[in-house]
Design a protein around this ligand. Structure first.
Ligand SMILES: NC(=O)c1ccc[n+]([C@@H]2O[C@H](COP(=O)([O-])OP(=O)(O)OC[C@H]3O[C@@H](n4cnc5c(N)ncnc54)[C@H](OP(=O)(O)O)[C@@H]3O)[C@@H](O)[C@H]2O)c1
Length: 315
């Protein structure tokens, strides 16, 4: 099986590559060559840039499937499809659960209504990211039809997670003590382990399967994430609810209550297609070990210990 990854050296891409190699695939990865550390030596690396339309490195070659992890705007997928044409058997587009309209009730599946497509955005924000992914999905489906597969992950984490969002809460739980929580402890989460996502993608390619799949993990809550992190680190925590406006905007993993249904999507279709469910405790333990190994670099989100103490009235 020959797989071309657009964005194989990113966080999710590495998990897909690890699974593909375990299953004997031959893998090439196309990117600018900027993200992360070196890829395994058996990966063919192709250099180009989707923002400038530089796809020269993809002018030759044939693959059973392309897995597109770096398509964020319709121009990205349109240009890639123009270049690749019928030299790829299947186009697997890594979309996002952000394509769905907000305020859906719990339990919706892949047939839930999507947001209006946005064909181009100057910047990708919380508002434009989902609609731009909708436009990408539409274009891939229109061009490849039955040879298109759409994967819609929720928030992905696990070892290698270079975003700050989940590591903030894992580190915060591990530190123990009084934790400022700008939401109710029962706020739902549905974190996706990157290794489960990698397994799903490779299985979909192996089975040459069409359609859309919600790639979401086990049901949990923000309290479970923090308390499990504390437990794994041998500490204890006291969750102290604070008003949402007492912390910086876009605080990690915080969602308005009206949108909590988004964290209870139906995972049945992806599970039936072969997506495993790593227990949250294992995902956190492996993320924590990886984060410690890399020396716990500063995170870009959350409260500093000093600000948190001040907020909780002890500073
Ligand atoms: N992480 C999540 O929680 C999550 C959730 C839902 C959906 N997704 C989707 O999953 C996909 C992968 O996410 P990720 O978290 O793995 O992202 P990431 O770590 O930022 O990786 C992005 C990848 O795209 C490549 N890339 C970026 N700009 C490029 C350009 N102009 N030309 C060519 N390649 C480019 C990067 O490589 P270079 O820097 O070397 O170019 C890298 O390989 C994305 O489509 C994202 O929307 C992610």
């Amino acid at each position: 099986m020959r797989i071309l990854m657009l964005g194989g050296n990113g966080f999710v891409g590495r998990a897909v590559i690890a699974d593909a190699l375990r299953h004997g695939a031959e893998v090439a990865s196309f990117s600018r060559g900027r993200s992360g550390t070196d890829l395994p030596p058996e990966i063919t690396q192709l250099i180009g840039d989707r923002d400038t339309g530089d796809y020269a490195a993809l002018r030759t070659g044939e693959w059973d499937a392309v897995v597109d992890l770096s398509g964020y705007q319709s121009k990205h997928v349109d240009e890639a499809m123009d270049v690749l044409g019928d030299r790829v058997g299947r186009y697997v587009f890594i979309s996002s659960h952000a394509v769905y309209v907000r305020d859906l009730p719990p339990g919706t599946d892949e047939n839930a209504p999507r947001r209006e497509p946005l064909r181009a955005a100057d910047v990708l924000t919380n508002e434009t990211y989902g609609p731009c992914k909708v436009a990408c999905e539409d274009d891939v489906l229109q061009r490849y039809g039955d040879r298109a597969t759409i994967v819609r992950p929720g928030r992905v984490t696990g070892p290698g997670d270079t975003a700050s969002t989940v590591p903030y809460w894992v580190r915060r739980g591990a530190r123990g003590g009084r934790v400022a929580l700008p939401t109710k402890p029962k706020q739902p989460l549905q974190l996706t382990d990157s290794r489960d996502l990698g397994r799903l993608v490779v299985q979909l390619v192996t089975d040459d399967r069409s359609g859309a799949f919600n790639a979401v993990g086990p049901f949990s809550t923000i309290a479970e994430l923090i308390e499990t992190s504390a437990d794994l680190a041998g500490t204890t925590v006291e969750l102290v609810q604070v008003p949402p406006d007492a912390v910086p905007p876009l605080f990690p993993l915080m969602e308005p209550e009206a949108e909590w249904g988004e964290r209870r999507r139906d995972p049945a279709k992806a599970r039936a297609a072969g997506m495993p469910v790593t227990p949250l405790r294992r995902t956190i333990a492996d993320l924590m070990a990886w984060d410690r190994d890399r020396g716990e670099p500063p995170l870009s989100v959350g409260l500093s210990p000093e600000d948190e103490r001040r907020l909780l009235g002890k500073g």
